[in-house]
Design a protein around this ligand. Structure first.
Ligand code: 2AM
Ligand code: CA
Ligand code: CA
Ligand code: CA
Length: 261
């Protein structure tokens, strides 16, 4: 497999799907907006974008299976699996707001080998095919060198259903409000990429699914960053617990915000 060539083809597909999202946002009508549960929006556009991605990616790699948010195609265990979120940031999207993104990861057995996240409004394409091979558009990027929570620029999200643990973590974060600047941007995939590009220093969110995390986390790690679950372990894609950082402030985030010491 020529990974660089495949990555370029995936980027083209992400770009055209992103253009579709951008155009449709301007004509989206109230009656097209559905709720899966409170705060959890979906539209026909999420599903149509996913259908286009599945069709395009199937052409690029016919032997691969899929793990997708809208389940337009069922999951099947294969050597290669595309993990895709056709529209990450649907809440922003339905409110006519930004950012939102297309997120595509390729997993070989249990390892991610390619990640692409595209923001069509900013025309920003994040991609990675391995350590040091990570780009924002055509420019190589790296994580920030910010070393403490103090004056940090930290992203997070609030899960649709908030359990006791999730609430405690938000309370722990609140205690740090005077120290650092917190942001909720609303597209998990992009918020992880912002760390890869050195814009943000860290991000945490519980309740995320593999399609929110897989591409961004791979891109971040290729850019020198770190991801972990809430115990500090490696189960951050499938376990609904994510802490992502530039690596340097990871331990401090774990201690102050996740463990609440
Ligand atoms: P979505 O727009 O594809 O649904 C918002 O906090 C960000 O987190 C979005 O990227 C949203 O993805 C994602 N998200 C996924 N699962 C979530 C959950 N259980 N609660 C809140 N946000 C979730
Ligand atoms: Ca969704
Ligand atoms: Ca998502
Ligand atoms: Ca989505």
């Amino acid at each position: 497999m020529n990974l660089e060539k495949l990555c370029n083809e995936v980027k083209e597909l992400a770009r055209s799907t992103g253009e579709y999202l951008k155009t449709e946002q301007t004509v989206l009508r109230k009656r097209d907006i559905e709720l899966k549960s409170t705060r959890n929006y979906v539209t026909y556009i999420d599903k149509e974008a996913e259908r286009r991605l599945v069709e395009g990616l199937s052409r690029l790699l016919p032997e691969a299976g899929f793990l997708t948010e809208e389940e337009t195609v069922g999951f099947e265990q294969k050597e290669y699996t595309w993990i895709i979120d056709p529209l990450d940031g649907t809440t922003n999207y339905v409110h006519g707001d930004s950012p939102f993104s297309v997120s595509i990861a390729l997993m070989k057995e249990n390892e991610i080998i390619l990640g692409v996240v595209y923001d069509p409004l900013a025309a920003q394409m994040y991609s990675a095919t391995g350590a040091g091979r990570v780009f924002l558009n055509n420019n190589p990027v790296r994580v920030s060198s910010h070393s403490t929570l103090t004056n940090g620029y930290i992203g997070f999200g609030i899960p649709y259903s908030l359990d006791e643990r999730g609430e405690q973590i938000l309370r722990n974060a609140m205690k740090q409000f005077r120290k650092c600047s917190f942001r909720i941007k609303g597209s998990a995939a992009l918020e992880i990429c912002y760390i890869a590009a050195g814009v943000c220093d860290a991000y945490f969110h519980s309740g995320l699914s593999p399609w929110d995390v897989a591409a961004g986390a791979f891109i971040l790690q290729c850019a020198g960053g770190k991801c972990s679950d809430f115990s500090g372990g490696d189960n951050y894609i499938f376990n609904k617990e994510l802490v992502a950082s530039n690596g340097i402030i990871h331990q401090e985030i774990m201690e102050t915000i996740i463990q609440g010491n």
